[in-house]
Design a protein. Structure first.
Length: 480
């Protein structure tokens, strides 16, 4: 997870005493505001519950902090939470995710009550379910899957995503995948854009998973409407010689045959990103980025030349980093983008080269790469997507210092069945675009200055601002 604490807020408690609240942003978006003592309480519990070495927590002070000391504490807390966000054992723990979920609820002032929540399928069909602020993304997903009668064992292959679509249906922006540290109800209400919707879509990269899902009627239908939507939007390239056959199969509603044919087309299983800039093969080259099938693909558009392609396999990326260019007086006026994704690529056996992509979707690209690598590593050890959960009890300290005991269940199937009585399915609306897996396993951020431009760069494992690729070491001489 990509954590930052860019600023603070001052509050007055019930006794009239002032205190600072630290604004936590996750993956570039504001998530919650917490006090120092809340983070300290989390630190103590992490040390007791998890078998990991925790970074040093900023020490308490006996006297009120000066302005400089307040800024120093903010920076130290940011460094602390960035560091624990790099540890997969910590950022996947129910303790950290539960803390962030409850902190989001407290910040939003939402603690109870059931409301209607609209969730869309890829074909635009809207299904309204009842949801409460205390239900995280996995619980809402499971509730939704039960409603559409998708078998529970297939639920882990799908996820809920935030998607923004222009009113004229001409432009689509994938915002992110909803994670278990947040409440879909609270997150959706916090977004000011009315055109942002929660959409169900498949959440995996390995196309081999298709085979199992296609044996289930409901899962097959979800794959079918998603693939048909991609083809309609031109995200999957259909050869001219296959168009008539594909149309005939679609007219006969033979979903399994349609899927078998579509899976052979170029860019099936890829995420398509908006046009952006790259320094490959030359600086400020206009490109289209696609990520899928264990590679990053660039469609290169150079003035006066035909379109060409370049592909970069994820196992040959030694590391990558995200850089943020903040708005400053020194920033160049012609800068089109404020984010950069740079990766170090093994071009040949003894040649490593840095390649940079400038795009507002750079964070999404990074998360896609990490998600793809996660699947590769799981496959290499013979694992699967289903994960068992243990029952835990922990304590959440609120801003006022009061605490509540939280009990986590080993199963997400703990939602009151009476909720389903209020769930109803509305009439389909116009087709919605495809959403793809965005696993948020981003690393931390630090700030440095270069050439007069303030930049924020991800740090993980290495000290040079790079995210280490664990799958890089899987490459062998035969791959070079």
């Amino acid at each position: 997870m990509h954590f930052s604490i860019p600023d603070t807020q001052e509050f007055i408690d019930d006794s009239g005493n002032a205190y600072l609240g630290y604004n936590i942003h996750i993956n570039g978006l504001f998530h919650c505001t917490v006090r120092y003592k809340q983070l300290l309480n989390l630190h103590v519990q992490l040390g007791k519950e998890l078998d990991v070495v925790l970074p040093e927590f900023p020490p308490k002070k006996l006297f009120p902090l000066t302005v400089n000391q307040q800024e120093e504490r903010r920076a130290l807390l940011e460094k602390y939470i960035q560091t624990i966000g790099q540890n997969s054992a910590i950022n996947s723990s129910e303790l950290l995710n539960g803390f962030l979920l409850h902190a989001q609820q407290e910040t939003a002032g939402e603690h109870s009550g059931v409301e209607n929540l609209d969730i869309f399928l890829i074909n635009g069909q809207k299904i309204t379910i009842s949801a409460s602020p205390g239900e995280n993304s996995e619980q809402i997903l499971m509730k939704f899957c039960r409603l559409i009668e998708l078998h529970e064992k297939y639920a882990c292959y799908f996820a809920l995503f935030l998607m923004h679509q222009e009113e004229d249906d001409s432009n689509i922006n994938v915002l992110r995948k909803l994670q278990n540290f947040e409440s879909p109800l609270v997150t959706h209400k916090s977004i000011p854009l009315i055109s942002v919707k929660i959409v169900l879509a498949k959440s995996y990269w390995n196309p081999a998973y298709d085979e199992e899902l296609m044996q289930d009627k409901v899962a097959l239908n979800l794959l079918y409407v998603q693939t048909a939507s991609e083809i309609d939007r031109g995200w999957i390239s259909v050869p001219n010689e296959s168009r008539d056959r594909l149309a005939s199969i679609r007219a006969r509603s033979n979903k399994k045959e349609y899927m078998k044919l579509a899976r052979s087309f170029k860019y099936y299983g890829y995420v398509q990103f908006a046009a952006c800039l790259s320094d490959y093969p030359e600086p400020r080259t206009r490109v289209l980025v696609s990520i899928g099938k264990n590679e990053l693909n660039l469609r290169i558009y150079q003035e006066g030349e035909e379109e060409c392609e370049a592909t970069f396999e994820v196992t040959r990326m030694r590391c990558w980093r995200i850089t943020t260019l903040h708005n400053t007086a020194e920033k160049h006026e012609d800068e089109e983008y404020s984010l950069e994704l740079s990766f170090e690529y093994l071009m040949s056996k003894n040649q490593l080269q840095w390649i940079t992509i400038s795009s507002e979707q750079a964070i999404l690209m990074s998360v896609c790469l990490q998600a793809m690598i996660d699947e590769l590593l799981i496959k290499s050890i013979g694992g699967n997507k289903n994960q068992e959960k243990s029952s835990k009890t922990w304590t959440y300290m609120r801003r006022d210092g009061n605490s509540q005991v939280i009990a986590t269940s080993p199963s997400t199937d703990s939602i009151n069945k009476t909720d389903q009585e209020s769930e109803h399915q509305s009439m389909p609306t116009k087709a919605e675009p495809i959403m793809r897996k965005i696993t948020e396993r981003l690393s931390a951020v630090t700030v440095k200055k270069s050439d007069g431009i303030k930049r924020s760069t991800n740090i993980l494992n290495k000290g040079d601002g790079s995210t280490e690729n664990n799958a890089f070491h899987m490459i062998g001489d035969d791959d070079l």
